[in-house]
Design a protein around this ligand. Structure first.
Ligand SMILES: [Cu+2]
Length: 182
């Protein structure tokens, strides 16, 4: 009994948290770090070519019979020279076009961009709904939510890179109903 008491007292005066408690804190911190590391990886995917990072290419599921689907991603240019997105190809459609938004007679329209899209040195360009975007024209099948389909992006300097477009839900991120100028 007296022996037990003195051990408890010695313990109380040591100052540091008991070993088993520290171990639990370490595990909790480790778990949190793993969680933080995994969340962005699950939401985003990224591809690299030369000085360019292509972040999170995504598309949208389309209703039966649809002939076009959008394509979106962000290009980050870490280099000291501008580059240019020249062309896109994918097996999912007959062709893929780069589109920009414009206003014609008070109506928002999309039209193909000629001459490619410049990615400024040290800058980035976001292709997103309502702005620059890709349009897969002449769909051979409907992209389905949850799948990924491959495509090839070709840049003037960095060259070609294979990427995968993650297909999200039909209503994803402010789809605007706009006329296509074609
Ligand atoms: Cu378009």
């Amino acid at each position: 009994m007296s022996n037990r008491l003195s051990r408890a007292q010695a313990f109380a005066f040591r100052g540091a948290p008991p070993f088993h408690l520290r171990q639990r804190i370490d595990l909790a911190v480790l778990g949190l770090l793993l969680l933080l590391a995994c969340v962005p990886a699950a939401l985003a995917h990224e591809f690299k070519v030369g000085d360019l990072d292509i972040e999170h290419p995504w598309s949208r599921a389309t209703p039966p019979g649809a002939k076009v689907a959008g394509g979106y991603f962000t290009v980050v240019n870490k280099g000291s020279a501008p580059d240019r997105l020249l062309s896109i190809s994918s097996d999912i459609s007959d062709k893929a076009e780069l589109h920009e938004m414009g206003v014609k007679d008070g109506v928002m329209t999309m039209r193909p961009v000629s001459g490619g899209l410049e990615i400024p040195a040290g800058g980035k360009v976001a292709l997103k709904p309502g702005a620059y975007h890709l349009m897969f024209v002449g769909l051979k099948r409907q992209p389905k939510q949850g799948e990924k389909f491959p495509a090839t992006l070709t840049f003037e300097k960095a060259g070609s890179v294979k990427v995968e477009f993650a297909v999200e839900g039909m209503g994803e991120t402010g789809d605007m109903d706009m006329d296509h100028a074609e």
